[in-house]
Each structure stands twice: as C-alpha cells, then as structure tokens.
Ligand binder design. Structure first.
Ligand code: EPZ
Length: 429
C-alpha cells in the first residue's frame, strides 16, 4: 500500500510550476472522439484520471501516442462507439463525456454510469434533459445510459435548471455536429468550459458565448485535427497557495492565469495572506498568522467548491471562528472527520461548516476520502506538529501531477512510501 508521509514544521520557499487543468484535459480528450483526425493535446497533467481516459479511448479503437509526460497525440478515426470498458468508465466522473461525444459523432451512445468522488447524490438529469431536447431517446438501466438519436440529432434551445459544468460540456459535445443551432441558457461559465469550446473551435466548430451563461452552437458538417494546449489548473494553483498560507514562507506559483484565481486570491488576502500578481504567476507570502473569514462555494466566478476542503485548513489556523457554506454539492464534508484526527474542531450544520480557529494541528494516521480532501490533509500535515501518514493516496494522484515532488522542491519534509504489510520503504520521487 502506498502512503504519503509528512513531518510538519517546514516553511515553504521557491517556485512551483502548475500543470494543465485536469477538468479541462478530460473533456478535451473525450472531445477528440468527434474528430476523425489526429489531435495533439499539450500541457496535459500526468494524473490517474488522464491515464484512465486514454486507456478508455485506446480500448475503443483510438490510436493514442504519448509524445512526452504532458503531451499526447489522439487519433479517433477508427474508434468504435458504444464499446467503452464498463469497469474503467466507473472509475472516473468525466467518463460521462463519452455520452455527449458518442451522441455527437454516432447519433447514439451506450456508456456505463460514471463514478467519481462521493459528495452525496450526483444526478445527470440535466445532461438527459439536453440529450432529449436534441432528439435523443434516453434509457438508463443495467448500469448503462443509452441515448438514441438515429432518427435525427437536431439543434434545440436548452435551459438548465441547475448550473452544471458536466451538462454544459456534454451538450456542447452533442450539438457541435448536429443539424441547426443549439442554445444553452443558464450555462456554467468555468474556465474549462471555455477551454473545451476553444479546442472544438480550433477543430472547426462554431461555438460562441462560452464563459457566459448563454452559449450558441451552430452545427458544422465535420471537424479536423489540431494542436491544442490545455489551460493551467486553477485548483492545483490554489492548493499550493494554501500550502504556503498554512506552512508559512514565500513561494512563486508559476504558469497561472490570475483572472481564473480571482475569488481564491481575494479570500486568501482577506485571511492576511500576501499575494502579488504577475502576468502568469503569483507570489504568495505568509507568516502563518491568519485571520478568520467566511465563504460560500458557488459556480464560477464564485468561490470554487474544489477549494472548499483546502480553505477549511487555513481557517483551522486563523485567530477566530470561520464559516464555509457549500453551495454546489449536497455533502462535501467527508474531509472533516479525517481533519478531526489531527485536532481540527469543525462542526457541520446542514450545508455549513463552522470552523474553530487557533487550533494546534498534530500529526496522525489519516485517509484521503476523496481528491480534494486528500489535498487538505497534506496542507494540514505541513503545519502539524509531528508526523502524518496519509493512505489511499491514489485518490490524490487522480488530480495532482507529482504533488509530492513539487512540495519536496519547496522544502517540505514529504515522501511517498510503499508499505507491503508492515515494512515501509521509500519510493524515489
Ligand atoms: C465537475 O463535476 C468537476 N468534475 C468537479 O470537480 C467540480 O467540483 C464540479 O464540476 C463543480 O465545479 C469534473 O470536471 C470531472 P456539476 P460535475 O455538474 O460536472 C448538480 C474535482 O475535485 N447537478 O457542475 O459533476 C450536482 O449534483 C471534482 O476535480 C444536477 O443536479 O459538477 C451538483 O450539486 C470534484 N444535475 C451541481 O449540479 C445534473 O444533471 C454541480 O454539478 C448535473 C449536476
């Protein structure tokens, strides 16, 4: 079993390079299904969810060639629809993009139900609403979602009852080659929505308004291959900012788009973290003395839910009581019980966490219950007294490219260890 071992107390110094955004790379890779040509995708993070995605595509008949650690060439010319591997699909949430891509190219889709982090119920009713508006007949059963629009896949006006990243992207994928025009009203506005639209437009699509709450898609007859670089990961960047805020020190977070970080930067500044903005970097300084604040997670440009657990750790160290209201998912509080093992005092009341500050965090044996919960444990361990051992680190590696190596470079006492039964040995990073 692999685990991450951290001895707390080291301040962080130096430069960390942010990788490409996981939640943009995954839909872009699945969008390659719409292109009967070679697509070269660069700045792809080397994370488990990308590896699973490439394996799914390869098993469906795509030709996948890794050019280097962060670039890949994908040719879906001979890919066969409806053939995705059920067990691989259920490993990741983003596999639901197979539905939109298969429907867009083959006018039908046959995909196992998606997996992903457990935040309570994660329905796909808005995805289904969109597929049906475009002419699809949807059946869910036996672990699969089937969509059939072989009669006619046509443009439509769609209004989303809930702002949904996944549904917005899935309807873009479904509509880009459909007859006529599709409008998506109440669309999600995340930077990764814009990235997927930019990729598709680079391949010859006609998508306008991505990044606003109204997206218009004029169907085109075909798409051609292209080269495309994924945007930097604002959540990875925010996670490293949180590491420095809690551990103290001064770091330069390189390869960011400051505009994407606005809500994260604003909230950390409220907590007495000093942040200097450059064109493509942020300099983060902290003496570890943080002031309390309150925040509510919301769809972009609101504060991102994927930074909720990380910010809770800053609040544990603040000099007073803070509040986090989870405004996106039903239950994103599973991280609380693991932080409590390290001394955190967090009470959950409905969708709000009440976080007592001034807490002295202590090292402990803890488990990463999901991707961002695991990131929060790493942040807490950096400031905790003593040694912390984090297991289930595969969940962290789903979305962070070499987080152990990057933190070690910044001066953290952190290593990845392999523990067969009782013995433990270091893993070279
Ligand atoms: C994406 O999940 C991300 N995952 C999540 O990141 C992120 O937290 C989330 O967007 C919000 O930004 C990927 O991109 C792979 P949603 P997604 O559809 O698409 C409800 C991480 O840590 N909803 O925007 O599943 C839903 O239940 C992961 O990287 C419906 O009700 O999120 C939720 O309450 C975690 N019906 C809200 O909308 C639907 O049909 C937002 O979900 C779809 C969603």
């Amino acid at each position: 079993m692999e685990k991450i071992v951290i001895k707390g107390g080291n301040a962080l110094h130096g430069t960390v390079g942010v990788s490409g955004m996981k939640n943009a790379a995954l839909p872009v890779l699945f969008a390659c299904i719409l292109v009967k040509d070679k697509c070269v995708i660069e700045n792809v993070p080397d994370v488990r969810d990308v590896a699973v995605t490439l394996e799914i595509l390869s098993k469906m008949g795509a030709v996948v060639r890794r050019i280097n650690k962060n670039s890949v060439c994908v040719d879906c010319t001979h890919l066969k629809g409806g053939t995705s591997d059920y067990e691989l699909v259920r490993k990741i949430r983003a596999s639901y993009y197979l539905l939109g891509a298969e429907l867009g190219r083959f006018h039908r889709a046959h995909v196992g139900m998606p997996g992903g982090c457990n935040f309570g119920v994660r329905p796909i009713d808005q995805h289904i609403k969109g597929f049906e508006a475009l002419g699809g007949r949807v059946d869910c059963g036996s672990g699969y979602v089937d969509v059939d629009a072989t009669e006619s896949l046509h443009g439509a006006g769609i209004y989303f009852d809930v702002v949904s990243v996944g549904a917005t992207i899935n309807i873009m994928l479904s509509a880009v080659l459909a007859e006529g025009t599709t409008t998506i009203d109440n669309a999600a506005k995340e930077p990764h929505i814009v990235d997927v639209a930019n990729f598709l437009n680079t391949c010859g699509a006609d998508i306008r308004g991505a990044g606003t709450d109204m997206i218009k898609i004029n169907g085109v007859s075909s798409l051609h291959g292209c080269s495309y670089a994924i945007i930097p990961d604002m959540i990875e960047a925010g996670t490293f900012m949180a590491c420095a805020a809690v551990a103290g020190g001064e770091i330069r977070v390189q390869n960011v788009i400051p505009k994407h970080m606005e809500s994260i930067t604003a909230k950390m500044r409220e907590m007495n973290v000093e942040i200097e903005e450059g064109d493509d970097y942020l300099i983060v300084r902290s003496d570890g003395n943080l002031t309390p604040t309150s925040l509510k997670t919301l769809p972009y440009p609101g504060f991102p839910t994927d930074m909720h657990p990380q910010m809770s750790v800053l609040m544990c160290r603040a000099t007073g009581i803070s509040y986090v209201r989870e405004g996106v998912f039903d239950n994103r509080f599973r991280y609380v019980e693991e932080l409590a093992r390290m001394g955190a005092r967090i009470k959950v009341d409905g969708k709000t966490a009440i976080i007592e500050g001034g807490v002295h965090l202590t090292g402990a044996k803890v488990t990463s219950v999901d991707l961002r919960a695991g990131a929060a444990l790493i942040i807490a361990a950096l400031a905790a007294t003593g040694k912390t051992e984090i297991t289930e680190i595969n969940r962290i590696e789903r979305g962070y490219d070499n987080i152990v190596g990057k933190l070690k470079e910044l001066g953290a006492d952190i290593r990845k260890m392999y523990q067969p039964d009782d013995a433990s040995m270091d893993i070279a990073n």
